[in-house]
Design a protein around this ligand. Structure first.
Ligand code: AHR
Length: 502
């Protein structure tokens, strides 16, 4: 099957905000405890953080990491996680029915973030708490000194403020499962007042108001409209969340889900424009897609853990999806969607980063390894920088139940002016046919070299495990060629490719 693509230097979508490759760590399951933090581990640093995990996070190059939740944040007291560890209280976490030891709090996380070379993106609790707690947390984290909370931070060992720029105003406040769930009107009012107070401290903060938990919520997209109407002048982003599942084991349907993701972004963009127009505003609120990933493999196991669980365990193995090769294709298409929507989506966070629906897995006392989805994320994060290109793509398509006209080739292209390179991320969604792909490169300086990296496995169900961590991993692709301004390559059936041209 043939695919013809045209890329033109002047046909661009937007500059890509590097935070498109953000991530998320929640106090949930083994994300923190035995994930990033395990003081007794052979690789643990002075902060009790696993160096083997830090190395993998540095390699994946995620520029920002959301913390501490998620549902967890809606009943979290951040003050429980400061001061001497032996004095910190153990609390019941109402979101996940577990115990929280508070051994890791803002100081430990901040040190980890620095070691992992990622910026912090913090969430305040607007579920069980509100404005007052948010302003105290902000003062603790960002004020240099000379006030109650900033001096307490100093006393607790951190002289300089962390100067965190990006703050989430609660989490999934539209969800009935959320501790302190609110109506759109209630939440809009609280979020706006909290944003005003936080801005009174620092007008340059970047504030994210909660959109819907998914496009399936009964209040979507009215929620976005009501909440933005209440907050538009005081926030910078609205959040979107979406998880992908293939319960029916229908690959064609599964790989069509990114079309739905694209429509979701389109609809919320429309709501933003509507409120912007209604308010005669000059400002553009952007999208923070701060939870997205495949999430379904662990559902049955989680039911058993939660049903069989007595008491409030500390760090049980919740949401431990083991990803397969099929998920590489899905994650590749999702990332391509974000690149193609780089004009509206400025932050996106894969949910999550370690152990909990994550690209990185650990065993307690043992190894850390890369799940299959680590690869498309790492390639996009490291090389999908610069400017997103508006590609013209001519390729046959198929009709799925959830979307029509799903192109067999899902492709995104970026141009990095500084590096003088172009990168294409391509997923062949065809089960049996290779795509003979030609890309016409218009208006770029003559390219000299091309590299093709391929992730392909004959078994869609293939996984990486502690014993076989490289089962699904990249190889050199064969046959990408440059002939003048014509790039051509063969993309095998059901495969993920990165093609770099310099
Ligand atoms: O990422 C797992 C959970 O999914 C988060 O805690 C919540 O925000 C979402 O429902």
């Amino acid at each position: 099957m043939d695919a013809r693509v045209t890329a033109h230097r002047r046909y661009t979508i937007a500059d890509i905000d590097k935070r498109l490759y953000g991530s998320f760590l929640e106090h949930l399951g083994r994300a923190i405890y035995t994930g990033i933090y395990e003081p007794g581990h052979p690789t643990a640093d002075g902060n009790g953080m696993r160096k083997d995990v830090i190395d993998l996070v540095r390699e994946i190059d995620t520029p920002i990491c959301r913390y501490p939740g998620g549902n967890f944040v809606s009943a979290y007291n951040w003050e429980d996680g400061i001061g001497p560890k032996e004095d910190r209280p153990t609390r019941l976490d109402l979101a996940w029915h577990t115990s929280e030891s508070n051994e890791v709090g803002i100081h430990e996380f901040a040190e980890w973030a620095e070691a992992a070379n990622t910026e912090m993106m913090l969430a305040v609790n607007l579920g069980s708490r509100g404005l007052d707690e948010a302003r105290a947390f902000l003062e603790y984290v960002n004020h240099p000194g000379g006030s109650y909370w900033s001096d307490l931070r100093k006393k607790n060992g951190r002289a300089d403020p962390w100067d965190v720029k990006v703050w989430c105003l609660g989490n999934e406040m539209d969800g009935p499962w959320q501790v302190g769930h609110k109506s759109a009107e209630e939440y809009g009012h609280l979020a706006n007042e909290t944003a005003k107070a936080m801005r009174a401290f620092d007008k340059n903060l970047e504030l994210i108001v909660c959109g819907s938990s998914s496009a399936q919520m009964p209040t979507y997209p009215q929620w976005e409209s009501t909440v933005l109407d209440a907050t538009y002048d005081n926030v910078d982003f609205i959040s979107l969340h979406m998880y992908f599942a293939n319960h029916e084991k229908n690959t064609a349907e599964y790989l069509a889900i990114p079309e739905r993701l694209d429509k979701y972004i389109g609809t919320v963009s429309g709501v933003i424009d509507y409120i912007k127009g209604k308010k005669r505003s000059k400002k553009d609120v952007k999208i923070s897609f701060d939870e997205w990933n495949v999430w379904y493999h662990s559902n049955e196991q989680d039911k058993k853990i939660l049903q069989g669980q007595s008491g409030w365990p500390h760090a049980p193995a919740l949401l431990e999806d083991i990803y397969n090769f099929e998920d590489v294709l899905q994650v590749g298409c999702a990332l391509n969607t974000f690149i193609r929507r780089a004009d509206r989506v400025k932050i996106a966070c894969i949910a999550q980063l370690v152990n909990v629906i994550a690209p990185i897995m650990t065993s307690e006392g043992g190894a850390a390894w890369r799940q299959t989805i680590y690869w498309p994320f790492m390639f996009a994060s490291r090389y999908g920088r610069g400017t997103a290109l508006q590609l013209d793509v001519d390729v046959p398509s198929y009709d799925a139940d959830i979307a029509s006209d799903v192109k067999y080739l899902d492709i995104a292209g970026t141009y990095d002016d500084d590096a003088g390179s172009m990168t294409f991320f391509a997923v062949n969604r065809h089960p049996t046919e290779a795509l003979e792909t030609s890309v016409s490169l218009e208006g770029f300086a003559a390219a000299k070299s091309v590299e093709h990296t391929l992730v392909k496995h004959d078994d869609l169900e293939a996984v990486n495990t502690e014993d076989n961590p490289d089962n699904v991993s990249p190889t050199e692709g064969s046959g990408a060629k440059l002939d003048g301004n014509k790039l051509s390559m063969t993309l095998p059936p059901y495969s993920y490719s990165m093609i770099r041209v310099k």
